[in-house]
Structures are given as C-alpha cells and as structure tokens.
Design a protein around this ligand. Structure first.
Ligand code: HPA
Length: 254
C-alpha cells in the first residue's frame, strides 16, 4: 500500500527521488501495458504514472483513464495525488498559484468514464458529492504550509474536453457556473478513483489566466515557461509529501 502520484503536463519523472523499479501491468482496458514507476525516498516509496505518457504523446481525451486507474489499484495505491496544469477562471488567481480544488464540474464527453460501462450494477451510482478526498486535501495543505508554500485550499475545477483551449464565452459560462479553475484531465480520473475507493486529490498548478480573463496570456512560450517554473515548486512539495509519510504514518488511507 503506497502513495501514488499522477503526473500531468510538465511532470514526467520524479528526478529528486531514487527510481527503484519500473512496473508494466496488463489491464482489461488496453492491449498495451500501463507503465508505472516506483520511487524511493529514505524509508518511503511511491508509485508514479505520467498520464500523458513519458513523451507527452497523449492528449487529454486520448488518455486511457480506466487502464491507468486499474493499474494503480492493482499495484497497491492507497491514495492518489494527481497533478494538473490548469487555467484560472477566477481573476484573482495568478499564474504559478497552487490550488487544491474541492469541487468539479464535468464538461467532457465521449470518454470511457466508468468501470461499469456495459456491465451496469446499482453500486455504479457512487457518492461523488465530495469528488476530492477532504482528508487528503488537508494533509497536502499541511505539508505546503510547513514548507511556507502558499496554496489555495478550495476551488471548483471545470473539466473541458480540449485539446484546444476555450473560447471567451465558454470561460464566462464556466465562471457563471462557479468554476474557479479550468483543465482537461481531472475527469473521469477522479470518478474512477472513487469507483475503486481510492482517496484522490488534485494538486493544481495555474499556468495561465483562462481565455478572456483580464491579463490572459495564452501563447505557448508563456505557458511553457510558467509550467517549467511551477513544476519545480510542485516537485518540492511532492518530495516532502513522499518522505514525510513513511508506510507506518501513511496518508489518509482507504
Ligand atoms: N484551459 C484548459 N486547460 C488548461 C488551461 C486552460 O486555460 N491551462 C492549462 N490547462
């Protein structure tokens, strides 16, 4: 039973930790195996999965979320901290901000969003009123606080289909709906984790103000620069999370 980290854009390896082994797991959901990395920091280990692939070859709608979550479950993930690059719908959030959202609105379509597709059961109607595990959010915030890292402790993550960024009108609609962040990858990932009963949190790095938000800069160079700088901070936080929680004082577990 171990902490698992899902890396998003800009996070393809945890170089600060020692790579112990690579696992290759066949799943019922893909012909290709899912590749997981096991890292060590002192007494602690963690599993790592870069959701876009090691070379960022998969767009958000092309990711096989079911295979990924199934593999993490089989490998013994007891909690999942997912890292997501996001845009800010809330005009008060600046690029570089870290946010732990507590709510989701799902605007995606056509994704395989349940382990029960084609074999429906009553238990498929999972309670998703709190899509992120509050205890896990609390623990991540505590580690950020102890490092003196500012982190916003609530937010609503609107998940769009992509891969294009949104129109100004789409972002205004998300704002009216109550979204503070926009990204493309938290769903169906969060719901699949809940179906498996694995505590799940999303650590969001804001890399831009979303389309039409005053001050928005959406050119690729700017996004990549903010991403690169922000991921350094995210890695520091993750390193501390992994090392602070040895198996006997583990993160909130199922
Ligand atoms: N929109 C959707 N996804 C994103 C954005 C955005 O502005 N920035 C980073 N991921």
């Amino acid at each position: 039973m171990t902490l698992a980290i899902i890396g998003g854009s800009g996070l393809y390896a945890l170089e600060e930790l020692e790579l112990e082994k690579t696992l290759s797991l066949l799943t019922p959901y893909a012909e290709q195996p899912v590749c997981l990395y096991q890292y060590r920091k002192g007494l602690s280990t963690c599993l790592f999965l870069p959701r876009h692939g090691a070379e960022h070859q998969l767009a958000p709608h092309e990711i096989n979320y079911r295979a990924n979550l199934w593999a993490l479950d089989k490998a013994g993930a007891s909690s999942i901290v997912a890292v997501n690059a996001t845009g800010a719908v809330d005009p008060c959030l600046e690029p570089g901000s870290l946010v732990l959202p507590d709510q989701i609105i799902d605007y995606t379509y056509g994704r395989e969003n349940s382990f029960y597709l084609g074999k429906h059961q009553l238990k498929a109607h999972i309670d998703f009123s709190e899509p992120f595990t509050p205890e896990l959010n609390t623990q991540i915030s505590a580690v950020a606080d102890s490092l003196g890292l500012p982190i916003v402790k609530q937010g609503t993550y609107g998940v769009t289909q992509g891969p294009r960024l949104e129109t100004g009108a789409e972002i205004r609609r998300l704002a009216r709906d109550g979204c503070t962040l926009v990204g493309m990858t938290a769903m169906p990932e969060a719901a699949l984790a809940r179906e498996l009963g694995i505590p799940y949190a999303s650590l969001c790095l804001v890399i831009n103000k979303a389309a039409g938000v005053p001050g928005a800069q959406l050119n690729h160079e700017f996004l990549m620069l903010v991403l690169e700088e922000g991921i350094v901070v995210v890695k520091n936080l993750l390193r501390e999370l992994v090392s602070r929680y040895s198996p006997d004082k583990s993160l909130y577990m199922r």
